[in-house]
Design a protein around this ligand. Structure first.
Ligand code: 4UV
Length: 536
């Protein structure tokens, strides 16, 4: 780790620079960058549906991409339009993203377990004009569309068949005539994908990641080599930045063979790992816990040799136990955020347990004292701030939230971290209000807004409490209106019907007489958390 001293008047600034050589990032569009790399692996299998066994070679991905782009163009879609992808992991996810990107469309990825209520909000906010979905999700999509007349979805494209929807297969079989060239692109300005994240505070927001952001991050990941034909598991959801960029985009650059699974189910997970001879898996800590502890694992003959973990903290003991049980080379950790495309820090073999590694190329960091704003040195804990080409352009239509997150060019992660003398980073705590259930985002403000729609509720707050299996689970504190006699469980049930399963109030509901707040009216979640942890 190099340290750079800059003089700003009398203040000395201390920044950390990457130990890795800097990389050049071409000024091009995402589709042009990816498709030119795919040309090198034309005859290899790019992606396989782990359920049906259907495969696409890199050549087929290219062809289907160009045909789909042509069909979308004929249907009237043009550069700058936004389309939503509400599909479970499958090979077609890649084709849709590439085709949309080839036309210069913005792709908003939606959590496939969302309720119609949550989907409606994202469709409205992102101003999506088309949606790609699975046949069994069409009723939910229609429910979302019926909720608001302001949603302007022109087409529902379906992966399979559903009455009244256009099958994706008809797009992929287009004659290709309408698509003659890749859309021109201002790579540092044009948004390529628009995933949603609550960031440090508030409701989920559209994260504008440009072509440059995404291309930079996949080039920065070069330090973690992948072999041609390497077999990888695509079980992490592609709508989330980890599954999208680290699994789907990065590995296909090198001619890897990705096997997709639509959801976690113990038997299917293990038999896919075994039968498809998966060598490398990108996972989150709860899946690593499953592989380490579950007795079923003994019944399978796995040939995994490496695991990458991210999205939530992974303990040293679990790492060692898992590595020994599976006889794998190592578990490598990565750290990042949706707002950083996502990767910022990556450990490389030989791994340093508990550490999330060192800064990837072209990336700078500083650790800032949360009270004084002073820049701290090695082994001193403070907020981790990041600067680099992977840092988002901003939140869609939210200049204030963007300014709150990116100050003087530095992205404030909301995570507490320190680094050692060798430049290895350790994430120790989350300063921001975000809750992570099995690595999935649960924004407390979003749950609070749903609880407040209950007619008996006066006020409420949501915090995350520790959970061995999931990392954290959300817990609600509720102030009831006068003379109401609903039960705690009624509130939990009410929420359950309105939000995706990972946002359920699994940590319980407690009735309280008031919610602790600051003078400015901000909920003091820390007070509730400390009270819970101290058992009072
Ligand atoms: O926005 P998000 O949901 O983004 C992610 C990104 C996961 C990544 C990133 C880079 C990788 O190489 C990789 O393997 C996985 O989850 O949530 C961002 C927040 O998640 C926590 C932290 O609080 C972030 O601000 N987080 C992400 N990775 C880690 C983590 C980690 N390795 N250890 C602890 N917390």
């Amino acid at each position: 780790c190099h340290f750079k001293f800059q003089s700003h008047g009398f203040i000395f600034m201390l920044h950390n620079l990457s130990v890795h050589p800097s990389v050049d990032v071409p000024d091009t569009s995402f589709a042009s960058f990816m498709l030119s790399k795919y040309e090198k692996h034309k005859n290899l299998i790019a992606i396989e549906n782990g359920i049906t066994g259907e495969t696409y070679t890199y050549d087929q991905v290219i062809t289907k991409t160009l045909k789909t782009a042509s069909a979308l163009k004929k249907a009237g879609y043009k550069a700058g339009d936004t389309v939503a992808i509400f599909i479970r992991n499958s090979p077609e996810y890649l084709v849709i993203i590439l085709a949309a990107s080839a036309l210069g469309l913005v792709i908003s990825t939606v959590n496939s377990s969302y309720t119609s209520f949550e989907l409606c909000r994202q469709l409205l906010d992102s101003k999506s004009s088309a949606i790609f979905t699975n046949p069994d999700l069409v009723p939910l999509v229609k429910e979302a569309l019926a909720t608001s007349s302001k949603i302007n979805i022109k087409d529902i494209f379906v992966l399979g068949n559903h009455h009244g929807c256009r099958p994706l297969s008809s797009l992929m079989e287009d004659d290709g005539s309408a698509f003659t060239e890749l859309a021109p692109c201002n790579s540092k300005e044009d948004t390529m994908v628009l995933p949603y994240s609550s960031g440090t505070t508030g409701m989920p927001k559209g994260v504008m990641l440009t072509h440059h952001n995404i291309i930079s991050n996949i080039i920065q990941l070069n330090i973690f080599p992948i072999d041609e034909k390497e077999r990888l598991l695509g079980i992490l959801p592609f709508y989330h930045i980890y599954g999208m960029v680290v699994v789907l985009f990065y590995n296909t650059l090198y001619g890897a063979h990705i096997v997709t699974l639509p959801k976690f189910e113990p038997e299917g997970f293990l038999s896919t790992l075994q039968n498809k001879k998966i060598q490398m898996a990108h996972l989150v800590p709860p899946l690593i816990l499953f592989l380490t502890k579950h007795p079923m694992v003994e019944d399978y003959n796995l040939c995994l040799r490496q695991i990458l973990s991210g999205a939530a903290p992974l303990g040293k003991d679990l790492c060692i136990e898992c590595t020994e049980r599976l006889g794998i080379n190592s578990i490598v950790q990565g750290y990042g955020l949706t707002e950083t495309s996502p990767v910022v820090l990556l450990d490389l073999p030989p791994v340093k347990y508990s550490s999330v590694g060192t800064l990837i190329g072209n990336t700078e960091s500083k650790i800032v004292d949360t009270k004084t704003g002073q820049i701290l040195g090695p082994m001193e804990s403070g907020e981790l701030c990041i600067r680099g080409p992977q840092v988002m352009k901003g939140y869609l239509n939210k200049p204030e939230a963007t300014a709150e997150m990116i100050k003087d060019g530095w992205l404030h992660t909301g995570d507490i971290a320190h680094y050692d003398e060798n430049g290895y980073f350790y994430i120790t705590e989350r300063l921001k209000e975000l809750i992570k259930y099995k690595g999935f985002q649960v924004p407390p403000a979003e749950l609070e807004s749903v609880i407040l729609t209950h007619s008996d509720v006066q006020d409420c707050a949501v915090i995350g409490i520790p959970d061995e299996l999931a990392g954290e689970v959300p817990r609600g504190y509720v102030v009831l209106k006068k003379d109401k006699n609903v039960k705690e469980n009624d509130i939990a049930k009410y929420i359950e019907n309105k939000v995706a399963p990972h946002k359920k109030l699994r940590g319980g509901v407690e009735f309280v007489s008031e919610i602790p707040k600051s003078a400015a009216g901000k909920i003091l979640r820390r007070v509730l958390k400390d009270k819970y942890l101290s058992g009072k």
